[in-house]
Design a binder for this molecule. Sequence first.
Ligand code: GLA
Length: 353
Amino acid sequence: MIRRAALTMLLGAAALQAAAQDTPSLAKAYEGRLKIGAAIEPSQLTSAEAPLLAAHFNSIVAENVMKPADIQPKEGAYNFGPADKLVAYAHGQGMAMRGHTLLWHLRTPAWMWTDREGKPATRELVLARLKSHIDTVVGRYKGAVYAWDVVNEVIDDKQPNCLRKDKWFAAVGDDYIEQAFRYAHAADPKARLYINDYSTEEPAKRQCLERVVKGLIARGVPVHGVGHQMHVSVFGPSAEAIDESLSTFARLGLENQVTELDVSLYRYQAKSLSDSEDTLLRLQGERYAALMKVFLAHPELRAVTLWGISDSHTWLNHGEYEGRHDSPLPFDRRQQPKPAYTGMLNAAKNNLR
Ligand code: GLA
């Protein structure tokens, strides 16, 4: 009996998986208009999520393995293996590959900040190391990575100059962003270069980002687009605020990309769900549809990347969110399509001709 039950379960799981792959492909639904991407770890290339990745996505980005401390943990000693796997997969599948990220206030290796005698590194040394990092990483993936998040989360609207008061700013001064873009452009003149950040729809943040980007453009810095992380929830921010932010940067002649989309079921900082999961999943479906509609209204926006594939692997249940049972992606923990998937698919059907 037990063996029979186990067999039925196994067959059931296989049938379910087949069903998920047979559902219309998200990537196909948006083909020619938007790339549909996923952030992944190399392990997901062979996990239960792999068939979904191949069927529904046509772009990937490294969730972690291209971050500075991951790819250059010791000065000059690069760990390219995991990133190479992703690049090879993308190439083999004919998928696009984004690069994330060359400079961030987090996941920067500690060696960046001291010299060989243990003294604080000078501006010159930090810039030389940044240049070497960017030359090496962008150079290695030249032609394979079509767009880079050159800098991530550099804006702080609480600062009078709009820049985060981090170690980059302390060591280099306010031109470190400009230098990073110039190094990246020199290493791969064809790559599209992005400034990536969160909460870009909040007015103060948006205005600061606009001010910084305008400054870059005025100085002739090769910045091509704004990456909007878009870690949002069922409850906000509003589609109108997002639309307004996208328009702000489109007016500057820049590209927009949605780079880290997921839709949490939780209210901001809540520890428990505020409604039944079924209700929230339905609202989540409507939310995905509404967001995709806004994105499609922006011709300068040609790629939407989700921060994961299915609810079985998401950062929203770990670290500061430990203890939550969040389900932010279009496929559930058994890799089955959710209302969020249907919302995405319907948005393509209803808004594309
Ligand atoms: C930020 C970063 C991402 C990722 C998420 C959380 O959005 O840009 O690389 O670390 O946080 O996982």
